[in-house]
Design a protein around this ligand. Structure first.
Ligand code: ATP
Length: 357
């Protein structure tokens, strides 16, 4: 397995790009450590497939280099990059048995039969598909086909990286959670460098030790699931991760005070920078109902199991709170309290408060 370095990478699909808007990938500088579990997370069109295709060699970047263990592979074709890929849809041979399918990537590279038998048995046990080894792939359910496809991606132990591109798309919703945790477990056992591409935050946060969040061709934050939840570096991350996402509220900075709807709000720490569009960010989990505080009116209460999401209006701005216990009635007047150490300021989208250590 290898460390992967992306250095000053940019890509435009246009022949003569002029400005940043012409680039599908703007400027990517990134190190992926050997043996790490990474997710590439972002909405449709943010550049995930472009980046994946550059790593696999299907696409040559307009600018920048790709290194595997410090060796420049930018100009190497896909078959010389030693990568395993698992796609959205199963890639298996219907006429072969499951055993033959799993053995195929090894046989193709001239691995000896004893090693093939051992490795196929290992992967089949990890994926819990031992009972189907002699079944012809054509007879498998779509879920099992995709499981075998994953197995084919994992069977070689000499690849630089295993890349998963939205691998759970065809999986039945009730089986998704099972395969999600299975993949995490597989990574812990094989310790290969893995990159998991998805637009689904649950998949990314379950699988990865480090999540790379992308928006419009840019990386907006790289962090552990906890870091992304607790301290989003950008309002996009705050909004995109979490359910519901972070409240992003209009704010004015006036004479050292931060005002929201005419009320002073205390922040986690000192405000940094100046100018730009300022917004407050607070997750609904850290907004509570109190006797004093910011006056609000309850617009909607949605019971979602262990807690409820209370949607309020502060003037013209919607503010959500996650509440356990007694719930207010729709239409009532309440007061909101923001937990100070979880209240952050953002300037032009980027975090603009210092953490007090
Ligand atoms: N072959 C292409 N030619 C021109 N533009 C392209 C091409 N492929 C992608 N793009 C554009 O590049 C940008 C990034 O697309 P990309 O497919 O990498 O995003 P993505 O995050 O993988 O989205 P999705 O999840 O929908 O595949 C988009 O604006 C897209 O329209």
């Amino acid at each position: 397995m290898a460390k992967i370095t992306l250095s000053n990478l940019r890509h435009s699909y246009l022949p003569n790009p002029t400005g940043p808007a012409d680039y599908a990938l703007k400027e990517i500088d990134l190190d992926w450590n050997d043996g790490g579990a990474y997710a590439l997370l972002g909405p449709s069109g943010c550049g995930k497939s472009t980046l994946l295709n550059i790593i696999s060699g299907l696409l040559t970047p307009s600018d920048g280099r790709i290194l595997f263990d410090d060796k420049d592979v930018t100009d190497l074709p896909p078959d010389q990059r030693n990568i395993a890929q698992v796609f959205q849809f199963p890639v298996i041979y219907d006429t072969m048995t499951v055993r033959e399918n799993l053995a195929f990537p090894l046989r193709n590279r001239g691995v000896n039969e004893a090693k093939i038998t051992e490795r196929v048995a290992e992967i089949a046990a990890m994926l819990e598909v031992e009972d189907m080894l002699d079944t012809r792939a054509a007879h498998l359910s779509p879920d099992n086909k995709q499981k075998i496809s994953m197995g084919r991606g994992l069977v070689r132990d000499d690849v630089n990286v295993v890349m998963f591109d939205e691998p759970l798309t065809v999986i039945d919703p009730h089986l998704k959670w099972k395969l999600r945790s299975k993949l995490k477990e597989l990574h812990q056992r094989v310790r290969a460098t893995m990159i998991y591409v998805t637009h689904d935050q649950t998949e990314a946060l379950t699988f990865a030790d480090q999540v790379v969040v992308m928006q419009e061709g840019e990386i907006v934050q790289i962090g552990t699931p906890v870091e992304l939840f607790e301290r989003p570096q950008h309002t996009f991350v705050g909004h995109f991760i979490g359910s519901p996402g972070m409240n992003i509220l209009p704010a004015l900075v006036e004479g050292g005070q931060v005002m929201f709807n005419g009320q002073a709000v205390s922040l986690e720490g000192k405000v940094t920078g100046s100018g730009g569009v300022t917004q407050l960010g607070i997750r609904p989990e850290f907004v509570s109902l109190s006797n004093a505080g910011i006056p609000a009116r309850v617009r909607k209460v949605s019971d979602v199991g262990r807690h409820a999401v209370v949607e309020t209006m502060v003037g013209e701005t919607a503010v959500k709170a996650v509440i356990e216990g007694n719930l207010p009635e729709q239409g009532t007047e309440v007061h909101l309290a923001f937990q100070q150490n979880q209240t952050r300021l953002y300037r032009d989208g980027w975090i603009a408060t210092e953490v007090v250590s």
